[in-house]
Every structure is written in C-alpha cells, then in structure tokens.
Design a protein around this ligand. Structure first.
Ligand SMILES: [Mn+2]
Length: 374
C-alpha cells in the first residue's frame, strides 16, 4: 500500500488586493494552511507529497515565504517523507524563475523539482514508485503537459504530475497547457496528480486524475478546494479522499431586487448565513422599484462586518416610470408601441412577463443594460 498527499495551487504570496485591510490576514492564512497541509501529511503518515504546480503565486517572493517552504520541507524530511514538485503557470520555469534563484533542492535533500523540458522521472525504490512530470516553462503553451508520458521503469507504482487544463471542447483556451482524456487513459499511470484548475475536480476515473484545487481560498476561486489523500493498494486499486483543511470559504448569492420588498429585506437576503470566515459575492439583478435605493458600497460597509469579506455588485436596473412613444420613427418608440399592444392583449400570467420585457428592452436600447446582464 502506498499513500500520497497530493496538493497544488497553494499560491503562497498571493496579493488579495481586493480584500482591503483583510488582505494581509489572508496572506498569513495561506502560510498557516500550508503548515497544516504539511502537518496533515505527517499525521496521516503518507509516503510522499506531490505538489502539482503553483506552490507560489509568482516568481517574486518575500524571503519569509522561501524560508517557510524550506522549513516545512525539512519537517517532512525529518519524518522521512520525500516531496516532488513541478513549476506551474504562476511559478513557471522561465528566466526569472524562483526555482533558478533559490537552490531549494540543495537545502532540502528530500525534494525533487522537475526541471527537464521534457517528461522526466524519479524513482523511489523503497516505495516501489516512479514519479513523472515536467515543468511549465511559461504561463501559456500549446503543448500538453502529458506529452511523451509512458511507463519508463519496472516499478510497481507509476504516478504523474501535470499542471494544465483538461480539454473540454469550446470551454478552454487552446494555449492553456491543454491535455486530453485519451492521454490520461493511455499513460499507463496509476494516478495523475493535476494542478491549475482552482476547484476540486476528477477528470478521469481510470486511471484517476484529480485536481485538488487550492487548499486555502485565493482570489477568483469560486469553489472550495482540498488536499487529496491518495491510497494505492498492491492490487493497483486507487482510493482518493479529499480533505478540507482551509479556513476561509467562498460563496455567491444572486438577489432579484424585483422580488425584494424593501431595503431591510434586501439586507437580510445579503446577510443570510453570514460568518466571519466567509467571503461572499452578492449580485443584485432584475428591475428595481424607484423607492428601493441600494448603494453597493454602503451595503458592503454596513454588512461587511458579518463576513470575512463582502462584495456587492449592482446589476439591477431601475424600472422606468414614464414611457412615452413620442418620437414617431425611432426604433425605441416602435418597440414601446408594440410592447404596449402586447401588454394589453396578454392574459393574467403573461402580463408581468411582457411588462418586464418592455422595461428590459428600453434599458437595452438606452444602453443602460448589457445583454450579458440578462
Ligand atoms: Mn493556480
């Protein structure tokens, strides 16, 4: 039996500039969660730790983050746990790479950083394991990180690391280090440890290939990540257990202001389920009555104390009070006339829909609303 802790996208040093005075606190939390990730590896008695890219948020890091990584890898070393790491898209192996400036391997004898341009491998005879991987050389590439991957040793266990995008037609950019399901299936690996997507996601069952997501919340992350405890049995059976170790959570709420009675009700909607470790993005949509005046900044200030961070976005549109079709030949006036006819001729249930359609149509024609807001 072989046990692996697989993580990626830790993004040490991430800026959190959108968090205001909470930014420093979340930067510190990334360091704390990195420590608990290492503690989890030791407590669980895993045989190896795999970091599938983006350990760092950028190649420019304060000395304290470099010291932290060396200190924590050394802690693994004292517990006889090796670490494998590939440079990702944020800490890519370019000319200014942190992995060229700092001799991590020289300082941590249990660490292997994959720096060969093509797929290379490290053998761990004690574990009967071979680990494969290659670095991302830049932020963008048309080359699959799995190109050339095949079993290269007689080990019992074969595990690969890759940092890139799983191919989903029309959903991903072609230069985003894309790899395909066929490549995973034909790789001969027992497990593929992925990084790059900021969410927990399994893109293959045989062999299992997982994204763990960031262990701690980072900007632009919309779903909570985890670390993965991967067990490979002697018969080749693989079990993947996600373990949540991060502190901060994130969610999004959408509120249709057309269905909110007053400002107090709006505030109650935004605050529902609030807690001090939650980052929430609240979006206001729909048609707002004239008497409902909601200022996003004031809402953020007033309700923000109930959250770790609250962002309010107003995509609602004021319901027009007076609509006149006076400019005889304009598209706007023709639209208003046609919609008014439709409103008059529509039945009970359709009337509300037609009235909203009139309002949205005017807002679009007046350039006060974007199609994507609908
Ligand atoms: Mn990342």
């Amino acid at each position: 039996m072989l046990r692996i802790l697989h993580t990626a996208d830790i993004h040490l040093g991430a800026k959190f500039s959108g968090l205001g005075n909470k930014g420093a606190s979340q930067r510190e939390q990334l360091r704390t969660t990195f420590r608990s990730l290492i503690a989890t590896a030791i407590d669980e008695g895993v045989n190896i730790v795999l970091i599938a890219g983006d350990l760092f948020d950028s190649n420019q890091q304060p000395q304290r983050n470099i010291d932290l990584v060396i200190e924590q890898f050394d802690l693994l070393n004292r517990n006889n746990i090796p670490v494998c790491l590939i440079p990702g898209t944020h800490d890519s192996l370019d000319s200014s790479s942190i992995y060229k400036k700092v001799d991590f391997e020289g300082k941590c004898s249990n660490l292997s950083i994959f720096t060969d341009e093509n797929i290379s491998y490290r053998e761990y005879p004690d574990l009967d394991l071979t680990v494969y991987g290659k670095p991302n050389l830049s932020n963008r590439s048309y080359t699959s990180p799995l190109t050339g991957l095949e079993r290269s040793t007689p080990s019992k266990f074969h595990v690969a690391m890759a940092h890139g995008s799983f191919h989903i037609p029309e959903r991903i950019a072609e230069d985003d280090h894309v790899f395909r399901l066929e490549e995973i299936r034909s790789s001969g690996m027992h497990y593929v440890a992925l990084g790059h997507w900021h969410r927990l996601y399994a893109c293959s069952e045989a062999p299992p290939a997982w994204y763990p997501g960031p262990p701690e919340w980072i900007p632009d992350q919309r779903e909570r990540g985890a670390v993965l405890l991967v067990s490979l049995s002697d018969s080749g059976e693989v079990k993947v257990e996600p373990r949540r170790i991060g502190l901060r959570d994130y969610d999004e709420v959408e509120i249709d202001v057309g269905e909110v009675q007053d400002l107090a009700a709006l505030k109650a909607h935004i605050s529902e389920g609030a807690n001090q470790d939650l980052v929430r993005k609240a979006t206001l949509r729909g048609l707002r009555d004239a008497e409902l005046i909601a200022n996003p900044e004031e809402l953020e200030t007033e309700l923000g104390e109930r959250f770790f961070h609250l962002g309010v976005m107003d995509r609602s549109h004021p319901r027009s009070e007076e609509i006149s079709a006076d400019e005889e030949w304009s598209i706007r006036s023709r639209f208003i006339r046609l919609m008014k006819e439709q409103i008059e001729s529509s039945g009970e249930g359709e009337r509300d829909v037609a009235e909203d359609a009139l309002q949205y149509g005017i807002a679009l024609l007046d350039g006060k609303l974007d199609v994507k807001d609908l």
